[in-house]
Design a protein around this ligand. Structure first.
Ligand SMILES: *Cc1c(COP(=O)(O)O)cnc(C)c1O
Length: 296
């Protein structure tokens, strides 16, 4: 295994018996190594929101998410680092014990407002909650500013070296950013982890300022949906770690790496393909598992 440093981000080449056999090169962009908390794509999706908030002299960042949201904790940490306060509007009633994610967000000074799932879906909340000093970031950072930030991920490597770039897809914001910045000769493949591909295709297209045709979503790797992690997925995470030394998270990157393996074995990638996997971070989410589930 060899690694090369590129603007402080590691791009690691990995090999598997299948990739060798099929003459496919596999690289992983290790955004997970960027920062222990704001790691991964969340930092990129937040960048332009944060600079806009500072520019407009806002005092507080307000955002939306569930109790296990990587976006919530990343926003809390990023806001604190800029001396902004933060409020998380959290889906669901307040639990007696806060999730690890929310505890961590609270440790960065985030305050919470819990609202019922119904109200959350309809954005029904006390309007006095928001003031003119607040900068609101949509759930998961889904916005053009978020995608614009995510497009900077592509500056971390030489995109035309790769025939395929694969990433996990939640809201589709990161993927929209990558599509915008990648050359037309590279195919961007998104692996949805929660929604059906129809809603996502629309969500991604609406973030793109121009039409691009070098991308597609490949569904079938949701493992039952958002944050569902059956035994088979956990086994795969351990095997993948053993093979590559790369830890993955239960919500996004495990499903992505599984998909790459599966697609490769199904001859999805022509011989000679150069595949880049975006490791978008999210490892903090693994703390919801019982200890010793994962061997890393
Ligand atoms: C949030 C997240 C994603 C999904 O990003 P979207 O822009 O919402 O599609 C992927 N990977 C990890 C690790 C994440 O935390």
């Amino acid at each position: 295994m060899k690694g090369l440093q590129h603007d402080q981000v590691t791009i690691e080449e990995i090999a598997s018996p299948t990739s060798n056999l099929l003459n496919i090169s596999l690289h992983v962009l290790r955004l997970d190594l960027l920062h222990p908390i704001i790691a991964g794509n969340k930092w990129y999706k937040l960048q332009f929101h944060l600079s806009a908030a500072l520019q407009q002299k806002k005092k507080r960042i307000v955002t939306w998410g569930g109790a296990w949201s990587n976006h919530i904790v990343a926003t809390a940490a990023a806001a604190q680092s800029l001396q902004l306060s933060s409020l998380g509007i959290i889906r669901g009633e307040k639990p007696t014990v806060l999730s690890h994610t929310l505890q961590e967000a609270a440790s960065f000074g985030m305050q919470f407002q819990f609202i019922s799932r119904e109200n959350y879906r309809q954005r029904n909340f006390d309007p006095e909650l928001l003031t003119a000093e607040d900068w609101e970031i949509p759930e998961g950072g889904y916005s053009q500013l978020g995608a614009q930030g995510a497009s900077r991920i592509v500056e971390l490597f030489t995109p035309h070296h790769f025939t395929h770039i694969l990433c996990a897809v939640g809201t589709g914001t990161m993927m929209a950013g990558i599509i915008q910045a990648a050359p037309p000769s590279t195919t961007i493949i998104g692996i949805p982890v929660l929604h059906g591909p129809e809603a996502l295709t629309h969500a991604i297209k609406s973030l793109l300022p121009a039409t691009h045709s070098n991308w597609r979503l490949v569904s079938g790797f949701e493992w039952g949906g958002y944050a569902k992690h059956p035994e088979g997925l956990l086994d795969f995470m351990n095997q993948w770690y053993q093979l590559t030394g790369i830890p993955t998270d239960i919500v996004y990157t495990s499903k992505l790496c599984y998909a790459v393996n599966d697609l490769m074995a199904g001859n999805f990638f022509p011989s000679g393909s150069k595949v880049l996997i975006i490791h978008s971070g999210g490892l903090q989410g693994n703390r919801s598992l019982p200890p010793d589930t994962l061997h890393f």
